[in-house]
Write a protein that binds this ligand. Structure first.
Ligand SMILES: Cc1cc2nc3c(=O)[nH]c(=O)nc-3n(C[C@H](O)[C@H](O)[C@H](O)COP(=O)(O)OP(=O)(O)OC[C@H]3O[C@@H](n4cnc5c(N)ncnc54)[C@H](O)[C@@H]3O)c2cc1C
Length: 325
């Protein structure tokens, strides 16, 4: 079967590799002039790593990353954990995004990726899909890190090791209001609200020392619940289907799950429409739960409740992950 994947993000690339594994002839269309390797690190959970194991790259991904045993902290620096969920609900692998993207692009097959290919739409027919393209191609840190501090004014932030000798920091704020000043000033403004005196001074120092051009700042855009994810021969995967606020830090992991479910449904199924409908149903059902958990985490009052709700989410995600391997 010939399959076109729009977007060489980490989910698109994983899907390409997963479908090649079951014999699809894949083409990945990416509108950027290069495969984007933006961002510092991404936390991957065991459900994503299982798909990578199947692709034969699980060990390499584990070697490039750092296992994280995450703690939440309140604004005074007191550690928070909901003990009823056990340690596995807090353990994931932090992986440097550039290296992961690079590995996934190689695994998907670089000659399968067409860069500068901006998809403007598609026409679906009984036996094929026509994809429409635009004409123009388009310092003194704690070794264990701080991962997530739930601060004042609806800020969150922290830092963590991404790989040997490399650390990433992040700051987020709900309803951030008008943005003024440069990226570093804006990050510092929020970081000062993340923590009370003393706790996180090293984060402030880290931000102050980061060159402006190395700071990635994005407004988070959430994808609303969609009435369907598939048509007869077209399926939405990853953030295109379920982009959620990054505070659950698992959109990529769950997108990789999408790739595994899609692969499993297409395996041995001669009618793509049947396979895609099953995929859409399974994933929309799962994401009804993900949305409820994400909402609960976002609206938790205080650090202890956030930590408990986050653990409830990760415990649920791991204990209900589909077995497609
Ligand atoms: C701050 C932050 C932290 C996060 N932390 C984590 C984490 O720790 N763990 C985790 O699992 N997830 C995390 N996530 C979520 C994760 O990053 C995303 O869910 C994941 O990267 C989505 O991958 P994707 O391939 O679906 O989409 P993307 O990475 O957005 O890729 C889409 C690709 O499609 C291309 N494209 C778009 N439109 C077109 C078009 N018309 N034609 C051709 N190409 C097109 C784009 O250029 C892009 O390359 C985080 C997200 C954020 C914002």
């Amino acid at each position: 079967m010939r399959t076109v994947i729009v977007g060489a993000g980490l989910v698109g690339l994983t899907t390409a590799a997963s479908l090649r594994l079951i014999g699809h002839e894949v083409t990945v269309l990416e509108h950027a002039p290069r495969v984007r390797a933006d961002g510092a690190g991404i936390g991957l959970w065991p459900n994503a790593l299982r798909e990578f194991d199947l692709l034969g790259i699980g060990e390499r991904v584990r070697r490039m990353g750092e296992p994280v045993d995450a703690w939440f902290f309140d604004a005074a620096g007191n550690p928070q954990r909901a003990e009823e969920y056990g340690p596995e609900a807090y353990r994931f692998l932090m992986v440097p995004r550039p290296e992961l993207t690079d590995l996934l692009a190689s695994t998907a097959g670089r000659n399968r990726i067409r860069l500068g290919a901006h998809v403007t739409g598609f026409t679906e027919r009984d036996e094929q899909v026509l994809v429409h393209l635009a004409d123009v191609p388009a310092g003194a840190e704690r070794p264990e890190g701080t991962m997530v501090t739930l601060g004042g004014a609806r800020t969150r932030g922290g830092y963590t090791r991404v790989a040997e000798g490399r650390t990433m920091w992040w700051i987020a704020q709900f309803e951030a209001g008008e943005l003024v000043g440069g990226k570093r000033d804006r990050a510092l403004l929020r970081a000062r609200q993340v923590a009370e005196d003393g706790w996180h001074d090293e984060l402030l120092a880290m931000i102050a020392a980061t060159p402006e051009e190395a700071i990635l700042e994005n407004q988070v855009v959430c994808v609303p619940e969609l009435p369907r994810w598939t048509t007869g021969r077209v399926a939405l995967i990853g953030d295109a289907a379920h982009g959620l606020s990054p505070h659950i830090a698992a959109g990529g992991t769950l997108g990789i799950e999408d790739a595994g479910v899609l692969r499993a449904e297409l395996t041995g199924e001669s009618d793509p429409a049947t396979a895609l409908a099953r995929y859409g149903k399974a994933r929309r059902d799962r994401f009804a739960q993900v949305r409820a958990h994400a909402d609960a985490v976002e609206h938790a009052q205080g650090a202890a409740e956030s930590a408990r709700r986050y653990a409830a989410f990760s415990h649920w995600m791991l204990s209900t992950a589909p077995s497609t391997y």
